[in-house]
Design a binder for this molecule. Structure first.
Ligand code: ADP
Ligand code: MG
Length: 413
């Protein structure tokens, strides 16, 4: 399943209305009865108009007929949900065009998009439920028996939680992307001009970078948080030119040479991403998560940069003592109390754990991430949304208006 915006420009205002009706109906119905779709969308052309729209949406894979149901009904597909989210961003003037996919994460698609001023941004589309289809049989059977809708619901939760944490972390001055906007199962954030640490072969001074990353783990802990997936895929390393004497950042403007001059140094700054699995320092398994984050960094630095810290630790029990100290705001409490029920968080945690488990069972843990770009690996063979995989990623040329309300959304390269 990947984002394919091609059908978008052919949808009429009425199609959008019916698609929205299916989404609204999904709030209370796993399979939305056709009669309810008719009632919610209330098109001028009456039921025949609605039926035409339904068949058009189904043909484009935005909704799917549910055959085994006792009544005639439809469910929204991930494709339909993608379109609704894009429609929302476009109407907020936050996205004007969609570009190439930069990463296929464990349970997400990462796309470069741009607004109408040409500013590039990152759209992260959560797709919980995808990878598990490749997992061991018992897990797969379990997943097949689940309603697709609940995976979509969990993906929405993941996006909401990730966005809430990104906002809270940004406000505290943590090095994270700028959170821009959120819709359904997606978030929009600033594009970080940097590569994941995974792709970096060597650094001039591993000790300093290591110390900075450990300091970040401890700073998170002080605010009551554990990242929970603090690894080489989720740490982007920015290269900045700084003045040696003042530590001032030098913008790499036009005509600037790539090599630093004598009074300049290249400073590596980590930027942390990927927050749906963040947990509180009070979590029952906090120590395990904390140690796992620390050990991920240790292991990576040893393997990649042949660097081992002279000091042991840091240890959870010491970090625990610092939580909330010196006026540090408890971000765990702040975010987790903001509109998330205990049940929501539990469901999400279970889903994420299950995904991680299924990845480990497949023996793929470390190899998954941004350097995996064979997206077809992630596709579920039986997914009916996925029929025209072979088409081109996009079309060039001028932006074409795609929405009846004059909103434009096109593809760029
Ligand atoms: P997942 O939850 O699926 O692991 P991530 O949020 O970790 O998704 O993103 C996957 C990859 O996409 C990252 O490893 C990185 O290469 C890229 N990426 C994600 N967000 C950004 C961003 N804001 N700027 C630049 N690259 C990004
Ligand atoms: Mg990641």
């Amino acid at each position: 399943m990947k984002l394919d915006t091609k059908a978008m420009r052919h949808l009429t205002g009425e199609d959008w209305r019916v698609l929205t009706a299916v989404e609204m109906g999904s709030k209370n119905h796993e399979i939305v009865p056709t009669t309810l779709i008719e009632r919610i969308s209330r098109l001028r052309g009456g039921t025949s108009g609605v039926h035409r729209c339904i068949s058009n949406l189904a043909k484009n894979g935005l909704i799917a007929r549910v055959k085994e149901a006792k009544y005639d009904g439809y469910r929204l597909t991930y494709g339909g949900l993608d379109y609704l989210a894009l429609h929302t961003y476009a109407s907020r003037k936050e996205i004007y065009s969609t570009g190439t996919r930069v990463g296929v994460g464990k349970e997400s698609d990462i796309m470069i998009v741009a607004d109408n001023k040409g500013t590039q941004k990152i759209l992260k589309i959560h797709r919980l439920g995808r990878i598990s289809f490749r997992s061991v049989k018992t897990n797969r059977d379990y997943l097949r028996n689940r309603q697709g809708g609940s995976w979509m619901y969990l993906s929405r939760l993941a996006a909401m939680k990730e966005f809430a944490f990104m906002q809270a972390l940004k406000a505290e001055g943590f090095p994270v992307p700028d959170p821009i906007s959120q819709s359904r199962h997606t978030i929009l954030m600033s594009l970080i001009d940097a590569h994941p640490m995974r792709q970096i072969a060597s650094v001039p001074d591993p000790a300093t970078l290591y110390a900075e990353l450990i300091a970040l783990i401890l700073r998170l802990a002080k605010h009551g948080l554990i990242h929970g997936d603090f690894n080489e895929f989720n740490i982007l390393i920015k290269e900045e030119r700084r003045r040696k004497d003042t530590d001032e950042t030098i913008e790499a403007g036009l005509g600037a040479s790539l090599e630093p001059t004598e009074d300049e140094v290249i400073k590596l700054t980590p930027v942390v991403i990927d927050f749906p699995q963040m947990v509180s320092m009070d979590h029952e398994n906090a120590e395990m998560y904390f140690d796992r984050d620390v050990n991920c960094i240790k292991r990576f630095f040893k393997r990649r940069f042949k660097f081992t810290a002279t000091q042991p630790g840091p240890f959870f029990k010491d970090a625990k003592k610092t939580v909330g100290k010196n006026g540090a705001k408890r971000l765990d409490a702040e975010v987790l109390a903001s509109g998330f029920t205990k049940k929501m968080l539990k469901d999400l945690e279970a889903a994420i754990r299950e995904q991680q488990g299924s990845i480990e069972e497949n023996g793929e843990g470390a190899s998954l991430g941004s350097d995996v770009d064979d997206d077809d690996e992630y596709d579920d063979e039986d997914d009916e949304d996925d029929e025209d995989e072979s088409e081109d990623e996009g079309e060039g040329g001028d932006p074409v208006p795609l929405f009846a309300d004059g909103t434009v959304l096109t593809e760029h390269h």
